[in-house]
Design a protein around this ligand. Sequence first.
Ligand code: FES
Length: 174
Amino acid sequence: MTAHSKDRRDFLQLTGFAFGAVGVACAAAPMINSLNPAKDTLALATTEVDISAIPVGGSKTVMWRGKPVFIKHRTAEQIQEAEEVDVTTLIDKQTDEERVKKPEWLVVVGVCTHLGCIPGGQKPTDAHGEYHGWFCPCHGSHYDTSGRIRKGPAPKNLMVPPYEFIGDTKIKIG
Ligand code: FES
């Protein structure tokens, strides 16, 4: 092989790689664009909830990004029970204070952190588990009045979604 033909081959290989890379980038562009959420999807990314009608001790379930969110108006006893827990004994160590913005309101994603079932405990007639919060019957996970895992196979507390109070009786989730 002459030096010339070797150079030519190297050149062709390099341009081949370059065009290949451009091709991949072009093919990726529409895909990446399709991953950008559309406006209507963004609207669903936040949910505003009027909590004025939830009585003390009552709950409401709303949907946020396709998941149930449990909003609980806690009683003084439920708050006290949540606050008095020795955090060092917990599976997923979080104080109640870290999980609420106002002690009387608990807001958590209602999806069991084990395998994703929806725990019971939103209705007064539901089983609330040994720690008086929520109980996931799928494999027996017990959550307390702060939505923290206390017993069973779930590894994490019920997730607290991003939310904020917009006024005394309204929250915006997301
Ligand atoms: S999914 Fe809840 S305990 Fe398994």
